[in-house]
Design a protein around this ligand. Structure first.
Ligand code: PMP
Length: 306
């Protein structure tokens, strides 16, 4: 069975799925999306993802998207149709198909969905984060299709030999380009508060529950960059990365804005490389992260066995 797509009411082979040129997601990034992980044929935390999708829709004034119940039905049907046990489901809603003009068109939203087999990636140690200034807009709590700053940050991180960017806004280490970030200090967890400056991750929310089960103290509090040296452990959470232990934080010495904040100057076009970066934090300890990872996989095995 090939990966499958759903486009406005029809299931088809992913290779045959196309979108019209006047689709607003394509032209403006005028839409919202979700990514759900499927374990053992079951979409994990689906209700939380749909709740967030509907909140994103309301935040961009996108009316007429499917109801919660219809989304559950669609995602479950798509997963069943794919026959995949381990998969990711991507779904998005855009403001529809209309001749290109900024104002909202008076048309139905477009709904697309993709089910892909999950490709297990074993992380190759060490996992590094590259400090970068957060250049995204001021409403990153909305899961919109506009991901250019995230794409650029993640590519710079990869160019520097890191797996992710550690984004700094107003001196606070807030999140990665496609994951939430967590810090452990003296056995206690710290993650940035779910305000407009982070995406409230579904995995982040799940880790709140795991932390409670494990009796770990958790603070929804951002950690300032200047306190990085006091941190014992760092990890990322996301639907696809799950709970990922971090070994090192690196910085590019030419990258002053991560420390000072953005200036009005147009930045130079510089490609960051591993050679022009230096390590600013390192650990060999993943004590708390391992506890959370074990609890995470234990709970997934339980769900799969149900
Ligand atoms: N922050 C950002 C910017 C992301 O893109 C993601 C991944 N969607 C996350 C956090 C983690 O969210 P989730 O746990 O819902 O995948």
């Amino acid at each position: 069975m090939p990966d499958i797509a759903y486009v406005n009411g029809t299931f088809l082979d992913l290779n045959d799925a196309v979108i019209p040129i006047d689709e607003r997601g394509h032209q403006f990034g005028d839409g919202i999306y979700e990514v759900v992980r499927v374990y053992g044929g079951k979409p994990f935390l689906l209700h939380w993802h749909i709740e967030r999708l509907l909140r994103s829709a309301a935040a961009i004034r996108l009316d007429g998207a499917y109801s919660h119940e219809k989304w559950v039905e669609l995602v479950e049907q798509a997963v069943q149709q794919s026959g995949y046990a381990e998969a990711t489901v991507y779904f998005q809603v855009t403001r529809g198909i209309a001749p290109r003009a900024h104002l909202f068109p008076n048309v139905e939203p477009s709904v697309t969905l993709i089910v892909r087999a999950h490709q297990a990636k074993k992380p190759t140690a060490p996992q590094k984060l590259l400090l970068l200034p957060d250049e995204r807009w001021a409403n990153v709590y909305i899961k919109t299709l506009n991901l250019l700053p995230n794409v650029l940050a993640k590519q710079s991180a990869y160019d520097a030999g890191a797996c992710e960017a550690l984004l700094v806004r107003d001196g606070q280490m807030l999140e990665a380009s496609s994951a939430n970030v967590w810090f452990v200090k003296n056995g206690e967890l710290f993650t940035a508060p779910a305000n407009r400056y982070i995406l409230p991750g579904i995995t982040r929310r799940y880790v709140f529950e795991l932390a409670e089960k494990l009796g770990l103290t958790l603070h929804e509090q951002a950690v300032p960059l200047e306190k990085l040296h006091e941190v014992d452990e760092i990890f990322l959470t996301s639907t696809t990365a799950e709970v990922l232990a971090i070994d090192e934080v690196i910085e590019w010495p030419g990258n002053i804005p991560a420390k000072t904040g953005l200036s009005a100057d147009i930045p130079a076009n510089v490609t960051v490389t591993a050679e022009n970066c230096e390590t600013v934090w390192k650990t060999g300890e993943h004590v708390i992260v391992k506890q959370l990872q074990n609890e995470f996989y234990r709970s997934i095995n339980l769900i799969c066995a149900e």
